[in-house]
Design a protein around this ligand. Structure first.
Ligand code: 5GP
Ligand code: MN
Length: 331
């Protein structure tokens, strides 16, 4: 793989040599993908370039405070074709959703991402698997392009860093993350406001589904795996997709548990699986073996089949993880 400095230079040339861009974030958008797409929009704006920002799905309400969030369009509402595309926080092309109607023949893609499972689908790839968030890479790109940071750009980058590190708590919270975050505060970012909006505030709908999920939570394998599920009947249309976020953390956070799993039935026999691990099990590799992806400590995939089948398969694969046998033998 080309070294990161060279990738940054190539990505910067890609931006400099083009004028009109389609910015795509991933389906079921999270804080990092939305913030990174908006940070990139601010960056392009500062360079005098034009752009359209799209997502297949609805942007969770809590991220609408981000500057330029009102410019994000649903894919199906955009009728233009683009020759230059930038994807942010997507490990593979499928995570763009139904993007084909917007892609001109021979379109070039710049793939900016931090997932170790990224399959290098771009014509130009800017990939840093050690980055805590894609927003960290967008920060580096801003530096590379010598774009001055203002409060709007700072707010977007900070929100991506903050949400993907779980509020600077996860193991991806590196010295570099903290240095960037500290610098961003100098531009007037409000850390308490961002924390309040993105992490602290919970909706009534979230509490409703959390109650159901906690009542079904099971702890198995000598307390090392905890999992729970929500079926379609538990998820009326009034429950928004981001209102089930965080349920998996209740499983993972239980003392002694290494792997937490949340199964969400989105259609009959279609199950979205969220995986989290504490220290040892590489859930990114496990998710990849099911056609999904993610990071060693946070990953996911979609399974087509019955819940009992995915539970059995997953239990088997977790126990075959190379770190599993060491669990319980540690001091
Ligand atoms: P979550 O469990 O919150 O949906 O996702 C956790 C992490 O796994 C995120 O970094 C997300 O991008 C990644 N992830 C979740 N589902 C999928 C999937 O189906 N495919 C890929 N490649 N990554 C996924
Ligand atoms: Mn991310």
């Amino acid at each position: 793989m080309t070294d990161y400095k060279e990738q940054l230079a190539n990505a910067a040339s890609f931006i400099q040599q083009n004028d009109h861009f389609l910015i795509v974030s991933h389906i079921n958008p999270d804080g990092d993908t939305i913030s990174s797409s908006l940070a990139l929009a601010h960056l392009l704006k500062a360079l005098g370039k034009s752009f359209q920002i799209v997502n297949q799905d609805q942007i969770p309400k809590k991220f609408l405070f981000l500057p330029l969030a009102d410019q994000i369009q649903r894919i199906q509402n955009v009728k233009e074709k683009f020759s230059v595309i930038i994807s942010v926080d997507l490990a593979d092309r499928l995570r763009m959703g139904d993007i084909d109607p917007l892609v001109a023949e021979g379109a070039k893609i710049l793939n900016i991402d931090h997932h170790p499972t990224n399959d290098h689908f771009g014509d130009v790839n800017l990939l840093l698997p050690t980055a805590a968030a894609t927003a960290e890479i967008v920060y580096d790109l801003t530096d590379q392009l010598e774009v001055p940071i203002d409060k709007n750009l700072a707010t977007c980058i900070y929100t991506g860093l903050f949400t993907d590190t779980g509020g600077f708590r996860y193991s991806n919270t590196s010295p570099k993350v903290m240095r960037i975050a500290a610098e961003l505060l100098e531009y007037g970012v409000s850390p308490s406001e961002i924390a309040e909006i993105t992490l602290e505030t919970i909706t009534k709908g979230h509490i409703d589904v959390l109650k159901i999920a906690l009542s079904k939570l099971e702890i198995i394998e000598d307390g090392k795996i905890a999992w729970t599920f929500l079926e379609k009947k538990d998820l009326p249309d009034t429950i928004l997709s981001d209102e089930t976020e965080g349920i998996v953390n209740y499983c993972r956070n239980i003392e002694g548990v290494e792997v937490g799993v949340f199964f969400k039935e989105t259609e009959d026999h279609v199950i979205k699986v969220s995986l989290r691990s504490k220290k040892i099990v590489d859930v990114g590799a496990i998710a990849k073996s099911f056609g999904g992806g993610g990071h060693a400590r946070a990953a996911g995939f979609t399974f087509h089949g019955p819940l009992e089948e995915v539970k059995a398969l997953l239990r088997y694969k977790i126990k075959r993880d190379e770190g599993w046998s060491r669990l319980g033998n540690e001091t």
